[in-house]
Design a protein around this ligand. Sequence first.
Ligand SMILES: Nc1ncnc2c1ncn2[C@@H]1O[C@H](COP(=O)(O)OP(=O)(O)OP(=O)(O)O)[C@@H](O)[C@H]1O
Ligand SMILES: [Mg+2]
Length: 531
Amino acid sequence: MSTALAQNHLSRPGAREDTKDLGARLPIAPEVKARVRIVVVDDEHTLRESCAAVLRHEGYDVTVCGRGQEALELLKRRAFDIVIADLYMSQVDGLVLLRAALATNHDTIVIVTTGNPSVESSVEALRQGAFDYLPKPFSASHLQVLVGRAAHALLVARESRDQEEDLERGHAHSDKITLLGTAPAFRRAIELARRVAPTDASVLLTGESGCGKEMIAQFIHAHSRRSSRPFVAVNCAALPEGLLESEMFGHRKGAFTGAVRDKPGLLETAHGGTLLLDELVDMPKPIQAKLLRVIQDGVVRRVGSESNDAVVNVRFIAATNSDPEAAVAAGTLREDLYYRLRVVPIEVPPLRERPEDIPLLAEYFLSTYWIRHRSKGAPFPKLTDAAIRALCGNPWRGNVRELQNAIEHVAVITEPGSEIQPEDLRLTGDGEAPAANPASLISTLLEESYHAARDRVIAQFERQYLTWLVNRATGNMSKAARIAGVDRTTLYRLMERHGLQRSPSTGWVTEREVPAEEPADAPPEAGGQVA
Ligand SMILES: Nc1ncnc2c1ncn2[C@@H]1O[C@H](COP(=O)(O)OP(=O)(O)OP(=O)(O)O)[C@@H](O)[C@H]1O
Ligand SMILES: [Mg+2]
């Protein structure tokens, strides 16, 4: 079915006409569809009834509602899986409904429709947690495809939750990414990542090379409702245009010399999961245009294909170590693609701006590489205070990756049980080692009252100390308590107070998992700021 949904909502000329029959490319079993509860909220009678007719014909369980206020009441009484709401309605508008739907059930998928699409309003809806937006007029087939993708996302979320529950029942723990760092600027980035993870909002990670962008992308995926599906990364700078195109979109047999069979691209591989577009700014413009189409319509056309080959449900994360706004201004990055991908921007601070994390990371890498490269039982070497000071004073232009490499090198060459001195570290930096340790908490003081400063600094110290302590004791809490000179109960209580836990699988300190119903998992507020 590809007819327009109402007389006054004819499809835009040329827009998505070839989406015909695409619904069939995303097969969902009829008995599953019958259990997907959808509510269509629109004050235009014809439009809402036509949408409902199309979706009922598809086999979904559909309810309609003509007034925003009624919809609010309805949402309190019944749980819906998918809410399709008009953005502009008198009295209660779509954004209010969006927030109400997500507040009652965080897993609800909300699609907003709008007859007055603007970049600002659409991005605002996505930022507040909408799955996607549908500009009016739209065709029946476009609605079918979008709702099909939403229903697929719902199924993947259930599958991911079941998998987690299985793991927990078996007392195994899903190996969530361990992101080390207690510096306030880094924690703000992680907190934002944690809050945006359960939504489907696109994230744009910026920051210098090696500062942890890909790790944060993996963290977002691992904490998302897509965690049971693949995390796929594509480096847009690593391949020439033709190869990148076929890598991302796949190709048809005979599309070019060497294309001996049909091959799906990474967009299809990432179906249900997350695709990281690394070095986005280096993506050639023709590929940007093609990608935008996939992001907007979910439709993939392989290289050499005459028709659309697949419908995909993918969450996008982009990363870059250059300035994306400058790329937009220079005309190398499409503005529409940029806005679509930077729904929630996260800036990852360079390592030199969070020197307090250097000792922690260095100790972590030292023990990791020691265990990896040395025979079992070989006594651990120790970083001397002077070595730690030298590490803290190094500029680390290559950020965490450079620190990791420097420590791996030392772990390979140093004698078992030795004391590592500054000269043992192959520091390439041209920065002077400062007289005072920049990791000192004094260097973090702000203009604030004595009591506020004291409380903040003590809390920061306790977090850092606990993380260092438990990692130092490789997760052995009795040993950690012995080193600290406190009993284990005190240690556990302190960790609890700071939201820390010992990862049962690795023994490293990680953030305690926040249960889904706590507000920390709420979708990000406007502007993506962390309170
Ligand atoms: N907070 C962290 N805790 C532990 N390891 C980290 C952390 N941040 C980064 N790393 C490690 O540092 C290395 C570089 O990180 P990553 O690849 O995520 O950086 P990036 O910002 O994507 O770099 P590039 O811009 O060069 O692609 C990785 O091996 C990663 O495991
Ligand atoms: Mg990277």
